[in-house]
Design a protein around this ligand. Sequence first.
Ligand code: ME8
Length: 506
Amino acid sequence: MNKTAYITTPIYYPSGNPHLGSAYTSTACDVWARFKRLDGFDTMFLTGTDEHGLKIQRSAEKAGLATQDYLDGINEKFREITPIMNLSNDDFIRTTETRHKEIATKMWQTLESNGYIYKDKYAGWYSVSDETYYTEEQLIDGKSPDSGHDVEWVEEESYFFKMSAFEEKLLKLYEENPNFIQPSSRRNEVISFVKNGLEDVSISRTTFNWGIPVPGDDKHVMYVWVDALTNYLSALGWPNGEKMKYWPAIHVVGKDILRFHAIIWPAMLMAANVELPKMVYAHGWWTSEGKKMSKSFGNVIDPKEVTDTYGCDQIRYFILREISFGNDGDFSKDRLVERINSDLANSLGNLFQRVLSMVAKNIGHVPALNELTDADHEYIKHFDTIISDVRNEMETLQFHKALERIWQVIYAANQYMDAMEPWQLRKTDEVRMQTVLRVLMESFKYITALIKPFMPESAEKFEGQLNWQMTSYENLEKGEFFSMEETTEIAKPSGVFMRIQTEEAA
Ligand code: ME8
């Protein structure tokens, strides 16, 4: 395998327990990573925690714990998201690990020796909640324009990064690589921000010490964002680690932190002569009670609670299907139940259950194939381009569109089934019944393969029921539509997606 792919989530602040908002980004990256692996790519998927800065130091103080002890405890909660959401991350990086501190130090030294760091004085506003500096003009009613939280006046000696040197280069980057920032509405936002002029950024602090010491001047600690962004390279052992084969990355972030990833990070990489990421994708926010779901607002949905109640695959499906990747959406349990019942239990689960039960009961093995009718050919045609269509949507992280496309063939399968009425054929024409069931079963391979990155556990159950295993999209694409062996046994299936009883229905 020589094709590589690399996808990253932001590294989350462990300043409170993880919630569905952060699990969302991680799940989206997981689906993409699983898709890429099944599509023949040697894939690396990274997530982790951002453990330095004043926000973390204060969270530990509030909890009455030494900072590292606080972090070691809460870190477990973030790692538990991997089994809770069934993530397939290859690594989990913590910025307090030595491997990261060494590489963040190396990054600083590189920026410095390339002439992009200088010492001066900083005076301005700082929001600890956002770990962001603001000018007077940027504040809204004296508060952070991003989170609405309080800001503090900061006046201290500081190192600066020569951000102003990158204005033209960044604009050129956005222009020459229109897909660098996605979705395009966000790209325009970033371009106009940069066009307004970039100032050098303060990248060190002296008034607290929970951070990576500035090399050669340990009165200062690095600004948490300079430290944090470097994680994407430290997990690969930059500059010479074997895992550098995965670079450049696709960074998936929430829209709140797009500027760091689309402006500061590429500028740092240019200054350090490192190849730039392939894409920065900024998705929208899950809101709850009309407000961004966030640790500091306390309106969060607990991933464990919802996956325990509704099922992990059900939640994975819902969060990627319900809102287009890029937009905001309110987490509604009524909508969740509606989607589980109609899309999963009814259109998908019921379809497989009906077909496979009929096969198990009447035949016991993969049905025999006989002459095909025009209706069969017409149905089979739906699968001609299904893989490449879904692949195209996945390339640009259009998860909702990929699912929409997969559900088009699921609806087509239901229509074909209803039109062919194999349960009637059982009484009148058993040979024809077998052909219809065979056509349906063969088409289920494609459906199972394509839902697999989204709902891995359920897809594995379907694979078991079909007595067939997905190898790669390429094989499926290159292979014949009819590939199952008649001798393959098919056992009585059990339901994969259950309906949820609503109060109205009960
Ligand atoms: O910003 N809806 O960490 P963070 C959707 N440490 N996504 C959400 C969300 C919501 N309501 N709430 C959070 C940081 N997220 C920095 C990142 S990266 C070098 C450093 C997701 O804990 C979304 O991806 O505040 C957002 O960007 C991220 O969690 C912010 O996590």
